[in-house]
Design a protein around this ligand. Sequence first.
Ligand SMILES: Nc1ncnc2[nH]cnc12
Ligand SMILES: [Zn+2]
Length: 361
Amino acid sequence: MTHTHQHHECSETMRSFLKALPKCEHHVHLEGTLEPELLFSLAKRNNITLPDHFPKSKAELTERYNNFSDLQDFLNFYYIGCAVLLSEDDFFDLAWSYFERVAVNDGLAHSEAFFDPQSHTERGIDISVVIKGFKRACVKAEKELGISTKLIMCLLRHLPNEHGLQTIDQAKEFIVNGDIHALGLDSAEKPFPPELFAECYAKVKELNPEINLTAHGGEEGDHTYVSNSLDLLKTTRVDHGVNSVQSEELLKRLSEERVLLSVCPMSNIKLQVFQNIHEIPLNTFLEFDVPFSLNSDDPAYFGGYILDNYVAVHENFGFKLPVWEKIVKNSIHGSWCHQERKDEMLAQLAKVMEEYSTLLE
Ligand SMILES: Nc1ncnc2[nH]cnc12
Ligand SMILES: [Zn+2]
């Protein structure tokens, strides 16, 4: 079988359409928004000595970020980056600079953002310092930037279940009061299948029956990581999930149960999950009517924020306007905000479609 692949130019008008769409981000790690510049300035402010082998300049570091061999190679840098974050203000500054940037440059409407408390509590930082800093940025973003926000606490799957349970206990107050809107699961996927964390997921649900559940799966792991997240962790969303394409039965299930996959196109290329964006199975997902959103994952490490990911998908797939409308509609419906907020975004979407339908025929 021969595959010809066409490059689709992203015109200025197309770009402004993609920017104007009321986009929802469901897969961004706040620690993954740590730009090299902020990393070096926080290291200085906090007197943190970076490891000897760590690149010494912004240019060198950016260059190294262009050459990740896989997920683990990236994670090694990501966890070193985390080490410059100490005070509540550091966490606030990190999240605020992300919210401000995506509100202004990208036209982001709604952000459901991950954070990894264990990468901070392991260094002796109190979990409330992390959560209060991030939460303060969320409140300010809602008020001053008009974007709605949710925080998703992730457990690190390379650490044992017991460490996860301990983290849940430390975060109890914020799980109960709703500041933590959902639970997620991230870090090295493959030797750590979802079933290892079933107890953690059950515990969080017991503390707050209203809480939402998601987990990374099917990024490097196979399709069973996706189905087992649904069956054993009771998640209603799966992060990445691109390897779902290996099972037709699973694709049908995702469509039927309206399970959203939070796909991260540029991340998939930078971590060599796929060699080219056009290999990401978006057309299969569309064909099976599997809902997905497009996301940035760790934008400071992968060279692009959410709008860059939309543009990259446009350039590789050349989707027509009705397909973009469907992608954004599915992103809104799959969000964990209340119905009134969804209605606002749907109204905004209708306005944008109307405005651009004649411009982009
Ligand atoms: N893409 C990703 N997969 C797993 N763990 C992560 N932590 C940050 N980004 C991640
Ligand atoms: Zn991720």
